[in-house]
Design a protein around this ligand. Structure first.
Ligand SMILES: Nc1ncnc2c1ncn2[C@@H]1O[C@H](COP(=O)(O)OP(=O)(O)OP(=O)(O)O)[C@@H](O)[C@H]1O
Ligand SMILES: [Mg+2]
Length: 496
């Protein structure tokens, strides 16, 4: 089959193998200019592989592609970009020590009379960031910026080059509702200006809103496709999972009455103030708020990753003082951080090694951690968390959603008293999401106190007994499950 000579991007029979994994099997794709093609599928279905091929990151083993009627075989991302195809990666890859503007212009810094034209760079970066609704000074370093802002910078970096085709690989995974809506607006604006867009998301409500056409991959093969207006969310879910599958929230198991964690006026000057709550055995407490409200900062302080300078934390009624994560772990408080790449996983090591890493001391036999113990522990966690992929390969070779499961599995080799999860289902498919919710419910049912930080309101409301809402570093209120309607949570979150 030869790809089309028509305008647009066309793939015919594109395939890719990674060793024994047939990641992509003879996939056809047609993307006309000025349209949005949504690409859906479970974790590991092959979405990023297909995107990487189109963007010149990876060479296909089989198949042909044409771009606006011309054969298209990009040998590198810069060649793809040169031909008008830009990819916004699933994982953020900015250089933290460079400024925002430098990151955006990397590879083509504007030069005026032999010097880098910093003023122009900052100005142009500012215009694009403004358009995207990203409030950040283009001249500051990227280090320390939130995931949401970094995601915005990645998008700015791609679109400032005015590509004719843009691939968004889960652009909203680290964003809240309001920020995600801005991205969707930007996608629409690009489309209306004639750009062809491939849009990958596990948030199916976004797909419903934005897609002109949807295609679904399963195990590397194309299994379904629909035109706008001719499908429901349930159709997509069934095609992804390959069977009838209902996604629903269930009430959490009843909570215990013994308080395990207590915060009293915990404050970090300039970041958050006066955080006070009690958390009981078996209770799931949600942290809601807009990006930047200070939720992550508070839980990091509870988990010993950051300091706080006023107030008190008690575990089982006793004041605790620790200045490191290992101190918090001693006190029974474990936390899964939000950034699986930066803080959560060592991507160069295998999944099994990642899982056993924090437990090496406890898992040793005769003072040595053996390969057998690593493999055994890895396998147990793989089964418990339904991790798909090889445990003996670098974790970087796993799909994003499966990396997320490895991250959870890593912190649940032993049961904590208090378990904190920041964005537990970022980039995770519907099936895995249900599995993760089930894991969280089971932890609670076993008496573990759980804190869930999430930008997905539905997730917080569907999972938690109570919801603590923050805005601008302040605790605005704690709502019971019954009182926590989306409207009430939102009105507290915006500080009304
Ligand atoms: N560099 C690699 N080496 C080995 N296997 C790989 C590599 N990259 C991807 N794979 C495998 O190819 C398959 C498809 O992965 P891919 O990342 O394309 O999935 P995805 O649909 O993007 O998933 P997610 O929704 O989790 O991001 C998976 O089985 C994955 O483990
Ligand atoms: Mg992916």
């Amino acid at each position: 089959m030869t790809p089309s000579s028509e305008a647009g991007l066309h793939c015919r029979g594109v395939g890719k193998r990674y060793g024994g994994t047939h990641a992509l099997k003879s996939v056809d794709l047609d993307l006309p200019p000025g349209s949005v093609l949504a690409l859906v599928g479970e974790n590991g279905a092959g979405k990023s592989t297909l995107n990487s091929i189109i963007a010149g990151v990876v060479r296909p083993d089989d198949g042909e592609m044409t771009l606006d009627g011309v054969p298209y075989h990009p040998a590198s991302p810069s060649e793809a970009l040169h031909q008008g195809v830009a990819l916004i990666h699933q994982e953020i890859r900015l250089l933290p020590e460079l400024t925002v503007a430098e990151n955006i212009f990397l590879g083509r810094l504007p030069v005026a009379s032999g010097r880098i034209d910093r003023a122009r760079m900052a100005r142009e970066a500012g215009v694009v960031l403004d358009k995207l609704g990203v409030a950040v000074d283009p001249q500051r370093k990227v280090a320390g910026l939130s995931m949401a802002v970094q995601q915005g910078i990645e998008i700015a970096k791609a679109i400032i080059r005015r590509p004719r085709y843009v691939i968004f690989d889960e652009p909203t995974a680290s964003l809240g509702g309001a920020e995600a809506d801005r991205i969707l607006e930007q996608v629409r604006a690009l489309r209306d200006a004639g750009t062809g867009i491939i849009y990958v998301s596990h948030r199916l409500d976004e797909v419903m809103k934005i897609a002109d056409r949807v295609i679904c991959l399963r195990d590397g093969a194309l299994v379904a496709g629909w035109e706008r207006g001719h499908f429901t969310q349930q159709d997509i879910i069934n095609a992804m999972v390959g069977r009838e599958f209902t996604f629903e929230h269930r009430a959490p198991p009843p909570r215990g009455d013994r308080v395990v964690l207590q915060l009293d006026g915990v404050t970090r000057t300039g970041v958050f103030r006066d955080i006070s709550f009690e958390l009981a055995r078996g209770e799931i407490l949600g942290f809601a708020g807009l990006i930047g409200a200070g939720r992550t900062e508070v839980v990091r302080a509870i988990a010993g990753m950051d300091r706080f300078d006023q107030g008190e934390i008690k575990v089982d009624g006793k004041p605790v003082r620790y200045t490191s994560p290992s101190g918090a772990i001693e006190a029974g408080i474990f936390m899964v951080p939000e950034d699986r790449k930066g803080q959560g996983l060592n991507l160069g090591r295998t999944a099994a090694e990642n899982i056993t890493l924090p437990w090496e001391k406890r898992l040793t036999r005769n003072g040595m951690i053996t390969r057998a113990v690593v493999a055994e522990t890895g396998l147990r966690q793989k089964q418990r968390f339904d991790i798909r992929g090889r445990l003996d390969l670098p974790v970087s070779s796993m799909s994003g959603g499966n990396q997320q499961k490895v991250l959870l599995a890593k912190w649940l080799v032993e049961d904590p008293a208090v378990f904190i999860i920041d964005e537990p289902t970022r980039g995770v498919d519907v099936g895995a999401k249900m599995a993760i919710y089930e894991i969280i419910r089971t932890l609670a049912a076993n008496g573990i106190a759980v804190i869930v930080v999430s930008s997905e309101l539905e997730e917080v409301l569907g999972l938690c007994h109570r919801v603590l809402v923050m805005s601008k570093g302040n605790q605005r209120g704690i709502l019971s499950r019954e009182d926590a309607t989306p409207a009430r949570v939102m009105s507290l979150a915006v500080g009304a």
